[in-house]
Write a protein that binds this ligand. Structure first.
Ligand SMILES: [Ca+2]
Length: 448
């Protein structure tokens, strides 16, 4: 889906668990191999040649050469010229592909947020309170939206709460045209931003909004629902009937646009997103990965049981479910169903989907996790990357080296622990890192 591809557009490089509002944190880090390649590249180019890579003059030249492409996509030449005449590049933006910066990467954060921090019970509780008030204030609109788009309005509200705290914190301090033009010229994902730069100019041309009023996030996301210009053309709707699709000021328009965007994600109204469960120590935690799906009855046969109630309700036994342990054995565990996958279609992150699912439950009056998070001794990001690199070398891990303990990483850690006869945690621990280091020392050269 276009939306999810945007939401998670950086995931292959750096960020497994991230929404638009979190990209700033995430972008501070760059994979070691990439940083190394960039540094090597800079060295090869040696000095002045590399340093001349981006400039305001270069930006102007880019705008000149990009004109034909924009016109080919339906932008009128006079509109293009008017919009770009006084544009300057903003080289202070994150995520720019600038060789000068490669040698001076600020480095990665030493630690990433733990699941407990990401899923802060206090923040979720506060947002749920806002969400309930919001629901009461806009009940008629929300009911109409639910009817029109067939998506659970609590999920729509929860996504909105997650993205912008119900429109109260959307960080729109930039101008969309300036940031999209800059990222089109010097960003790490030029294709994505060039497409949206053209859509942004189209918005001016179509009279949607004046160029000076196109306030956005640093990445060009606009309005109450933080839509990219392309999202606007694909999903924006006029819910309040004033003839305009106003995602900036109209709550009904913004909410309906979001619901329209979520419409295609495959929500099953007969199922919850998941259930919190207890997992006996005998269960191999490396099975706790989204791609491993089994009927609830099979999980139950392993001794997994719901935390609320004695046993799984009979109607759930045939549902396909995945085991999710966001902090390995050190915190709450869940069986997740199809709707969890649906939320991940919007943003491919387990923690994001868990946040949205729980927030929706809390707005509905339930939610919250029963099992507490254990205190986790945080492993530095560099050590998690080392672990991922070693697990990859050992054939246990095939995903990005990103220093984050995502589902594949946790599962691979558990698989290694099982193979090594260690207690399974499915979470990076000092003991696991030490074991991997010793293993590397002792291994024959061909498996290092
Ligand atoms: Ca409207």
């Amino acid at each position: 889906m276009l939306r999810s591809s945007w939401r998670s557009y950086l995931n292959p490089v750096t960020c497994e668990a991230m929404s638009l509002r979190e990209t700033g944190d995430c972008l501070q880090k760059m994979p070691l191999q990439l940083a190394f390649l960039c540094a090597l590249f800079s060295l090869l180019l040696s000095g002045p040649a590399a340093a001349a890579s981006v400039s305001q003059e270069g930006f102007k030249a880019f705008l000149g050469s990009f004109r034909a492409k924009a016109v080919e996509k339906g932008v009128r030449p006079d509109v293009y010229d008017a919009v770009t005449r006084d544009l300057t590049a903003d080289f202070s933006l994150p995520d720019l592909d600038i060789p000068e910066r490669a040698g001076k990467q600020p480095g990665q954060p030493e630690f990433v947020r733990t699941p407990e921090q990401y899923l802060s019970a206090k923040y979720l509780g506060d947002l749920a309170g806002q969400g309930r008030k919001f629901y009461a204030a806009h009940k008629a609109t929300l009911d109409a939206i639910e009817k029109a788009y067939g998506i659970d309005l609590h999920i729509v509200l929860a996504v909105w709460g997650r993205e912008t705290a119900f429109g109260t914190s959307n960080d729109s301090t930039y101008n969309a045209l300036q940031v999209l033009a800059t990222l089109s010229y010097a960003g790490n994902r030029k294709d994505l931003f060039q497409k949206n730069f053209i859509y942004a100019i189209r918005m001016v041309q179509d009279g949607v909004i004046a160029a000076r009023d196109m306030k956005s996030s640093w990445a060009g996301a606009m309005g109450l629902a933080q839509f990219m210009p392309e999202d606007y053309y694909l999903h924006a709707v006029d819910m309040d009937g004033d003839g305009k699709k106003d995602i900036w000021h109209s709550v009904p328009d913004a909410l309906a646009s979001l619901a329209n965007n979520l419409h295609g994600i495959g929500w099953d109204r007969t199922q919850p997103w998941g259930l919190e469960v207890r997992v006996p120590a005998s269960v191999d935690c490396s099975l706790g990965y989204l791609d491993i799906r089994k009927p609830v009855s099979e999980w139950a046969a392993m001794g997994i049981a719901p935390l609320k109630g004695e046993a799984f309700p009979p109607e759930t036994l045939g549902w396909q479910a995945s085991l999710l342990q966001p902090a390995g054995v050190y915190g709450p565990a869940f069986l997740t169903f199809q709707n969890f996958q649906a939320i991940r279609e919007y943003n491919k992150s387990d923690l994001y989907a868990l946040f949205v699912g729980d927030l929706a439950d809390r707005i509905r009056g339930g939610g919250g996790f029963m099992r507490r998070w254990d205190t986790i001794v945080q492993i530095p990001t560099a050590d998690v990357e080392y672990m991922q690199t070693r697990l990859a070398a050992l054939g246990l891990y095939g995903d990005t080296i990103d220093g984050k303990a995502g589902g594949r990483t946790r599962s691979a850690a558990g698989a290694y622990q099982k193979r090594a006869g260690m207690p399974q945690t499915c979470w990076p621990t000092k003991e696991l890192i030490a074991h991997l280091k010793a293993q590397e020392q002792n291994a024959p050269a061909n498996v290092r």
